[in-house]
Write a protein that binds this ligand. Structure first.
Ligand SMILES: [Zn+2]
Length: 264
């Protein structure tokens, strides 16, 4: 419905690269990079939004904030009540979830293709208008602590893996667990989450992927055209380049530099 008007946004957008048939890659005028993978075998579509930020970008002492914010992204906006996004997806026959890693945080929905505008609207809304209630943040902090207890603290092999990583990458952010160190997770606050959100969640720090029976490629657009301040992606990479012993450079440097290159 909004495709026709918003297709105008694409008119000046450069094509980034030659892609295989059925795959398009372009950047909208608000800086949002988009990849459309057309597949018309079934009337289903997957929408993903990948933010170019993850746990490796966390400040020392704030481990776990990337994953914690991922949880808080389901807490609603001015328009949506806490949990309403997922309930709406489910009520429309779809499913949704999210995940966090060292270099990215991603959100996705799989749904009937005629509901793409619905999930796109909700995803755009929470990209810009997240609201974290005074009670929500503490309850959700308990949820991520419980997740850590279940997946790591109660699993000797997971604990061992954490220690191996911390030793192998001891002067590099890959040495911190994505979920965070427990004692630091316990200190994360609503202000920490909002600061993380306002610094990193913006169209020009994200990649939209639409795969499946999507609308005609050149009509796919984003329901918002605002451009938030450009996140300090290069500064983030610089902060990773700490002085480190040669053993650490051997172990982790190439992966870290690949990550930096991919975000520049
Ligand atoms: Zn989680």
């Amino acid at each position: 419905m909004r495709y026709a008007a918003l297709a105008l946004m694409l008119s000046a957008a450069p094509v980034l690269a030659e892609m295989p048939k059925g795959i398009s890659h372009f950047t909208l005028s608000n800086g949002l990079e988009a990849v459309v993978i057309e597949d018309h075998r079934a009337p289903v579509v997957v929408q993903m939004v990948w933010y170019k930020v993850g746990s490796a970008d966390e400040a020392p002492g704030k481990s776990g904030i990337a994953h914690y914010l991922e949880h808080l992204m389901f807490k609603g906006t001015e328009k949506m009540a806490p949990g309403e996004l997922s309930k709406t997806v489910t009520a429309n026959g779809g499913m949704d979830n999210a995940f966090t890693s060292y270099d990215y945080t991603a959100y996705f929905q799989r749904i009937a293709s005629d509901r793409l505008p619905l999930v796109m609207e909700m995803e755009a809304d929470r990209m810009e208008n997240l609201r974290i209630g005074p009670d929500d943040w503490q309850a959700e902090r308990q949820v991520v602590l419980a997740e850590r207890a279940q997946r790591t603290d109660s699993d000797p092999s997971a604990l061992f893996g954490e220690e191996v990583n911390a030793t192998q990458y001891y002067n590099h952010p890959y040495g911190r667990p994505v979920i965070g160190w427990r004692q630091e997770m316990e200190g994360l606050t609503r202000d920490d989450a909002l600061a993380w959100y306002s610094s990193h969640y913006a169209p020009n720090n994200a990649v939209l992927i639409v795969a499946g029976m999507s609308p005609p490629t050149r009509s796919v657009s984003w329901p918002r055209n605002t451009t938030a301040p450009s996140p300090p992606a290069k500064a983030l990479c610089a902060s990773r380049a700490r002085k480190s012993p040669s053993s650490i450079r051997r172990a982790g440097w190439s992966a870290a530099m690949r990550a930096c290159r991919s975000r520049s």
